[in-house]
Ligand binder design. Structure first.
Ligand code: PLP
Length: 452
């Protein structure tokens, strides 16, 4: 462990942190926490605090911290061959094995996986593939992408545009052209309070139909969505949402990209969210849970239908002009192989489902009647509590009240990490899949104190 007394100062002087209020950080008004270790669901900092991480980093350390099997696989790979590229047909045992393991777990109609580094670059790849696809099939005008308000798809130029959260676009001149947004499938925030879930779903579907009508189906290439909304509020879809949306997209020949960066590899208690909600995507985005964040690696899984057109495209135009230096990085691939094996060996997908149900039930028992709790929702180990000023009229707090961040800060004082979601007063939980009942009870007990 580093024992450098100047570390905090060096941090302020040199380190440009992502998603951080830079001026407040420089003034020393934000907490600085130097993380030194982790094991299971816990992390430790330099001050010796041990925290229960109920958000698994950025909902990515799915198998938990300190897994020696993955560390060994990474070390072995680094010793044997730290790097070779994947261009023009090159591979490593790890990358080829991982591709097979991913496809073995993906829905049957999926064909191949393209590896990148992050969820953002995987979604950038997906949009390029969709445009390429429509150029090859002779529909050069069919290029717009529909995304949802409150969706999160990354921080790149295109993916930051697809993201439907103001904080990620403000002052960056986003969104770019070709991106259009439709309704967030967020039943709790419906405009008409007496609407049933089914009526709300019908409204989302009608609004999508109207958008397609207005823009012209022949200008729209794809629809991108997370099976359950993540960063936008941790919101499972309303009843019947996905089958109805899928039917609209099929009718208008619009490709579906399922962004499973959060839901892929077990978070909802099934291997993929697509399986959970019965989607048939043309492309699936994977990242976080692919390696449980032990090394950066992402992927775009393409369907048989997309693959056939990509092959045709290269016959007509030569090699596909898209690649990253670090595509299928051997160390990331080795981490991925060990990670997916561990998920199987420890039955972690099943545990995510069971512990998720337990966490939601205990949260509901503990806080379901609280005067300022408007909604407790979740699917698998993706749960949220949303706070309101008044339950009956569902009046939200003013943004300036900062209720979500305050609850998260109080919870942290108790030694538990939950995430104040960026838009609305929502505290989110997405712990590692190895969460135990005792740990779930600790999260809930300490949240009750924090809320009080
Ligand atoms: N897509 C979803 C659904 C995400 O939640 C995220 C990140 O949280 C991304 C894409 C972007 O992934 P990354 O941060 O690895 O670029």
């Amino acid at each position: 462990m580093l024992k450098n007394d100047q570390l905090e100062q060096w941090d302020r002087d040199n380190f440009f942190h992502p998603s951080t209020h830079l001026a407040e950080f420089a003034r020393g008004n934000l907490p600085q926490r130097v993380i030194t270790g982790g094991s299971g669901c816990h992390i430790e900092d330099r001050e010796g605090n041990r925290l229960l991480d109920a958000f698994a980093g950025l909902y990515c350390v799915n198998v938990g911290y300190g897994r020696q099997e993955i560390a060994e696989a990474i070390a072995d790979q680094a010793r044997e061959l730290a790097y070779y590229h994947a261009y023009v047909g090159h591979g490593t045992e790890a990358s080829i094995t991982l591709a097979k393991m991913v496809l073995d777990r993906a829905p049957d109609h999926m064909s191949k996986v393209y590896f990148g580094q992050s969820g953002s670059d995987a979604n950038e790849t997906n949009i390029k593939l969709v445009w390429y696809y429509n150029n090859i099939v002779g529909r050069p005008e069919k290029k717009k992408i529909i995304s949802r308000w409150r969706g999160y798809h990354g921080s790149g130029l295109m993916t930051g545009s697809l993201t439907g959260l103001e904080a990620f676009q403000k002052k960056f001149d986003l969104p770019l052209d070709r991106v259009i947004h439709t309704d967030a499938p967020y039943y709790f925030r419906r405009e008409t309070l007496d609407q049933t879930e089914e009526q709300f779903t019908a409204q989302c579907v009608a609004s999508l139909e109207a958008l397609i009508e207005q823009e012209g189906a022949d200008t729209i290439a794809a629809f991108i969505g997370e099976p359950a909304l993540g960063t936008g509020g941790l919101v499972p879809p309303p009843a019947g949402y996905w089958p109805a949306i899928q039917a609209v997209l099929d009718r208008h020949d619009i490709l579906l990209i399922a962004d499973e960066v959060v839901t892929g590899f077990g978070r909802l208690g099934t291997m993929f969210g697509s399986e959970h909600y019965g989607l048939k995507p043309d492309i699936i985005t994977i990242a976080k849970g692919l390696t449980s964040a032990y090394a950066p690696l992402s992927g775009s899984i393409v369907s048989d239908k997309v693959w056939a057109v990509l092959e045709q495209g290269t016959d007509e135009n030569g090699p596909i002009g898209h690649g990253w230096t670090y595509s299928a990085h051997p160390i990331g691939a080795a981490a991925g192989v060990a990670n997916l094996k561990l998920i199987d060996d420890l039955n972690l997908v099943q545990n995510a489902g069971e512990m998720g149900a337990y966490l939601k039930r205990t949260l509901t028992e503990a806080l379901g009647d609280h005067a300022h709790v408007g909604d407790i929702r979740g699917e698998g180990l993706l749960c949220a509590v949303e706070f309101v000023q008044d339950r009956d009229s569902r009046t939200f707090f003013d943004a300036g009240d900062k209720v979500g961040p305050t609850v998260a800060a109080k919870l942290l004082d108790e030694g538990v990490i939950g995430r104040a979601m960026p838009q609305g007063d929502i505290i989110g939980f997405a712990p590692p899949f190895c969460l135990t009942k005792d740990e779930a009870d600790e999260v809930v007990g300490k949240l009750v104190k924090a809320v009080a």
